[in-house]
Design a protein around this ligand. Structure first.
Ligand code: UD1
Ligand code: UDP
Length: 363
């Protein structure tokens, strides 16, 4: 059995790492890793290979950044000859980025079985590019692995037959649990002069937050209020950095006292930063899940979430972009009234093992 595994963007790396490890227990399996090159900066890609022990990709398609259509088309054009040459039994894609749908489409058009890990998540917001990628990838996948019950229900509602769908838990959490102890010895707090429990962490990269100067400007108003309480650690995504400069907001954010603008940080340091924060403000998908496991209050700066279990069981408050609502949630988080939350079913570190077991039987 030969499986081609696809990564492209930063969050794909935390998801693929435990699967690559789990294939080792699969007799007769050959697994190859293909990087589309969607993310290419060392601190958005290479760094995570080293920290998470992911082997060098067997192939890098080197597509880089472009518009949605151009990027998706370039990935497809570069990936098709790979599938023709390698003749895999299956292509496995994770998450919801352009690399996910592009490689998925190539696979099914060549009659190769498609496996989607993190299937079924829905924000029901078609303005999110990721929502289009999720719906389309699930529609063409042969095997669909879900992280939470809502994913299974969404796929059923879309008419995808139950026997293709498996609730297995969360591979991103496999990675977190595996590296949590190592992250404990990160020196990032001392390096940044931080005291555990006395700072906030912020990440922003959704187009709905960072592509519009008015929306981004209002989020900086919120940031000023939060920073008045203590340090705010903000590792800036490359998309956001570019837009802050383009909108002339870079000088404003640099002038806010207590805001620490960093380049994107490595996984272990970021895990340590989250675990010791008093609150995390974010529009990331994965960070909503990680803060749930870490029992750190998470304020999600989006109108919706495709990961509802993080709000139902976990520490997540989904509050949107309105400054009043964000600050009300922030105060609730600081008051401690929200509690520690609980661990979603099957988020136990064994999701990749469950996936590989299903693959062994199915392929
Ligand atoms: C992509 C995913 C998003 C995911 C995010 C994770 C899509 C449609 N979006 O968003 O779902 O949450 O990754 O981080 O697939 N850039 C660099 N260096 C890099 C990568 C990007 O400078 O290594 C800059 C470029 O200016 C580029 C911009 O970031 O144009 C956006 O990159 P892109 O991959 O298109 O989308 P993201 O916003 O990163
Ligand atoms: N992350 C990281 N360094 C950072 C910011 C995020 O290691 O500076 C990790 C984070 O812990 C999670 C993943 O990157 O594992 C989330 O990626 P991102 O927010 O880019 O994508 P999303 O999950 O929104 O698709």
């Amino acid at each position: 059995m030969k499986i081609l595994n696809i990564v492209g963007a930063r969050p794909n790396l935390m998801k693929i790492a435990p699967l690559i490890q789990a294939y080792a227990g699969l007799d007769g399996a050959e697994s190859l890793l293909v990087h589309t090159g969607q993310h290419y900066d060392a601190n958005m890609s290479d760094l995570f290979f080293h920290q998470l022990g992911i082997p060098e990709p067997d192939l890098n398609l080197g597509v880089g950044s472009a518009s949605h259509a151009v990027q998706t088309a370039q990935i497809m054009t570069a990936f098709e000859p790979v599938v023709l040459e390698q003749k895999p039994d299956a292509v496995l894609v994770v998450g919801d980025v352009n690399s996910t749908i592009a490689c998925g489409l190539v696979a099914v058009k060549l009659g190769v079985r498609l496996v989607h890990v993190e299937a079924g998540l829905r924000s029901f917001d078609r303005e999110m590019p990721e929502e289009i990628n999720r719906v389309l990838t699930d529609a063409i996948s042969d095997l669909l692995f879900c992280t939470e019950p809502a994913g299974v229900a969404n796929l059923r509602d879309e008419g995808i037959s139950d026997e293709r769908v498996h609730l297995v838990g969360n591979v991103m959490i496999d990675t977190l649990l595996q590296h949590r102890e190592r992250a404990e010895s990160s020196t990032v707090l001392a390096d940044l002069g931080l005291t555990a429990g006395a700072y906030a962490v912020l990440t922003l990269h959704r187009p709905s937050n960072v592509d519009d100067p008015e929306v981004l400007g209002r989020l900086l108003d919120v940031l000023e209020v939060v920073a008045a309480d203590g340090p705010v650690i903000f590792p800036v995504h490359p998309r956001t950095r570019t837009l802050l400069v383009r909108f002339g907001l870079d000088a404003r954010i640099e002038a806010i006292e207590n805001v620490r603008l960093l380049e994107p940080v490595g996984y272990l340091d970021f895990l340590k930063l989250m675990a010791s924060a008093r609150v995390v403000l974010t529009d990331s998908g994965g960070i909503q899940e990680e803060t749930t496991i870490l029992s750190v209050p998470c304020i999600t700066l989006r109108e919706n979430t495709e990961r509802p279990i993080t709000a139902e069981l976990g520490t997540n408050q989904v509050v949107g972009q309105d400054p009043e609502r964000i600050l009300a949630a922030y105060r609730r988080a600081l008051s401690g009234e929200l509690g520690a939350g609980s661990v979603p079913p099957l988020w136990d570190g064994n999701a990749a093992q469950r996936i590989v077991e299903v693959l062994r039987k199915a392929l």
